[in-house]
Design a protein around this ligand. Sequence first.
Ligand code: GLY
Length: 417
Amino acid sequence: MMIAFAKRFLLAPLMVAVVASACQNPAHNTNDNLQLSLEFVDKQLADAVTQIKVLADSVPTDRLPRTFQGDSSVFSNTSWWTSGFYPGSLLYLYEYSGDEELLELAKDKLSILEKEKYNKGTHDLGFMLYCSFGNALRLTGDTAAYREILLTGAESLITRYNPTVKAIRSWEGWTYPVIIDNMMNLEFLTQASKLSGDSKYRDIAVTHANTTMVNHYRPDYSSYHVIDYNPEDGSIVGRKTAQGAFDESAWARGQAWGLYGYVMMFRETGDKAYLEFAEHVAAFLLNHPNMPDDLVPYWDFDAPGLSAESPYAAHYKTNRDASAAAIMASALIELSTFTEGAEGDEYLHSAERILEGLSAAPYKAELGTNGGFILKYSVGSIPHNSEIDVPLTYADYYYIEALMRYRRLLDGKPVVG
Ligand code: GLY
């Protein structure tokens, strides 16, 4: 979206009335503290069910939805990094609605996705297999169907770990590139340890998270996109970007991946260092002078300040990334349950503001439009001139997840089931 939004203070009048809570984790957020109603959340989830059925009607049997561009749906094969999000969204919406049709649609896709458990050519197996099969196991309890798939996949993922670098390799090419996005694949490993009783997956996840904390982050708690290592000695050979505006910029989705990753690592390990780190990352995001008032970030936090010499300046100073906002909302909801006082309230109410914004025009599509995707105005990669101002399957997934997490708060339950 290339217009700047008018300033909006969606929840400001309510926010001043908030009373800081001193409750203990994980039930920091009491019903009194929640400013979105069950009716609001249920309306958004019911609309999501309607939309995903529109989408389902167009998805070929052997493909997964990716985006909708120029009035055409774009689908992927199972090896594309986003292949787990559509079945994951179906499963969350099955959890919400109890609609068996959604479970069957998800199972159809799980059956074509299963072969990716052998894929050793990507670090994205957490996105692909945990958002899909992890949710399937959580909701059905069918260990006979899903345990082996998850553990085979986790075994494939850890083949990409190098103990000298102390991190999992993200991509081929470069020297030994590790991207901040890779924090999102670690929950798959911590869960694989719980499922198998073997701590090796979790140990790798912890080591990777620790390495990333030291090497990916700048003193202001913004993250580089890519750290390229020398695999022989673990030294850093480059601090780069692939999807951001320039190497020293703060690519928005990368910042959101990092926030989510460290909140998740605190939940999984109880290590306070991760919680404190996530709080610093949240402060970087929420206090950034270029953060718009609706908290839907520009595709890169440095985009509004791009100089005329930048290849992206002419067109892309004001593009928002709804996917980054959805990821942030989901992470902030969970973080708000771990942090007491004014900060915890700020995380919660920031997530609420994001969900309110995404649940209305211009971000939320009219039902029956947008190829059946829920949200508009995400950005895949501006440097690659790919997926600009479009819906994206992962924007919808994290938006649905955030709504489901919020619904659990309204029910007085821990946000992660
Ligand atoms: N992991 C790729 C992306 O966030 O675009």
